[in-house]
Design a protein. Structure first.
Length: 306
């Protein structure tokens, strides 16, 4: 009898322009929410690892920020983060949303990936995301346009929201991983710290319903998590203090809302996820602060973890 197929494990980076469906696909592949999602561009600012473990393989997904032409120091640092990540993965998934035409942003990324492929021979799989949002004919046109954009190791369509072909995408990406034992425990689905996950939950809640220019100006930092003393063991409570930074007083007014109504909604929405993450009740204390032009200030970027 032939030997059993060897176990495979390794790192996959999902890249694409902003709002290409990378975070939604990451969550679908992992089977749990590990990356925040939003219709706003530049939602992802950290290389979040989601982990999909099966009996045959472990796929470690690095969900990077969207590659784009930077307009600020923050944008340049995010692009640097993406390129640094690409140098250390085993396979790249290039996400191109089916409900948008292949455009200059995709060409910009394809050129970067071609240079990387020549330098390191990293396999690149082109993924036509959001396939449920278009007709079959339009999807076929999109796949042809992707094929003409560059030389890919494979091309595959999928819908992360509907679950179409998500398993096939996982199998295809896994096929390019090296033979390796598991790199993370089987029950672990992310390696993000609790502080980062809490900050991302607050930012996701704050992004809902805001104007297009605000997402770029929004940063969140967890100041402290303090367990309440003298609570019974079967009913713990923690105080979670979080600062939400914007760049202008007018943006602060938008986040807070009339009479603080919007900030209360943000807190209510974020607290649900935080309590699920921590496994007990929390008191979430949100403060909105102005950090003028923080996206262009190297010291402010350093303080905020970029």
């Amino acid at each position: 009898m032939p030997d059993e197929q060897a176990y495979r494990a390794g790192f996959v980076s999902l890249v694409g322009r902003p709002n290409a469906g990378k975070s939604t696909l990451t969550n679908a592949l992992v089977g749990s929410k590990v990356a925040i999602t939003s219709s706003k561009p530049q939602t992802t600012r950290h290389a979040i690892r989601g982990i999909r473990t099966t009996e045959a393989s472990q796929l470690i997904l690095v969900d990077t920020p969207g590659l784009h032409r930077p307009r600020s120091l923050l944008g340049q640092r995010l692009n640097d983060l993406v390129r640094e990540t690409l140098l250390s993965v085993d396979v790249i998934g290039f996400c191109l949303p089916s409900d948008q035409r292949v455009g200059p942003g995709d060409t910009f990324i394809a050129r970067d990936l071609a240079d990387l492929h020549r330098a390191r021979r990293v396999p690149v799989v082109a993924i036509a995301t959001k396939s449920d949002a278009v007709t079959r004919d339009r999807l076929a046109e999109h796949l042809v346009a992707i094929d003409q954009l560059g030389e890919w190791d494979a091309i595959i369509p999928c819908s992360a929201t509907r679950g179409d072909q998500v398993g096939e995408v996982a199998d295809l990406l896994t096929s390019y991983l090296p033979e390796s034992p598991q790199l993370y425990p089987a029950d672990q689905i992310t390696d993000e710290s609790t502080l980062v996950q809490i900050a991302e939950m607050v930012r996701e809640a704050a992004l809902e319903g805001v104007r297009d220019e605000l997402p770029h100006s929004l940063a969140v930092q967890v100041e402290e998590i303090v367990p309440r003393p003298d609570r019974p063991d079967d009913s713990p409570l923690s105080d979670v203090r979080v600062n939400v930074f914007v760049e202008r007083p007018s943006q602060k007014a938008i986040i807070i809302g009339r009479g603080g109504s919007r900030l209360r909604d943000v807190g209510t929405e974020a607290r649900r996820g935080i309590e699920q993450l921590m496994g007990h009740r929390v008191h979430l204390d949100l403060h909105v602060k102005v950090a003028k032009d923080w996206q262009r200030d190297p010291k402010a970027l350093d303080r905020l973890g970029f």
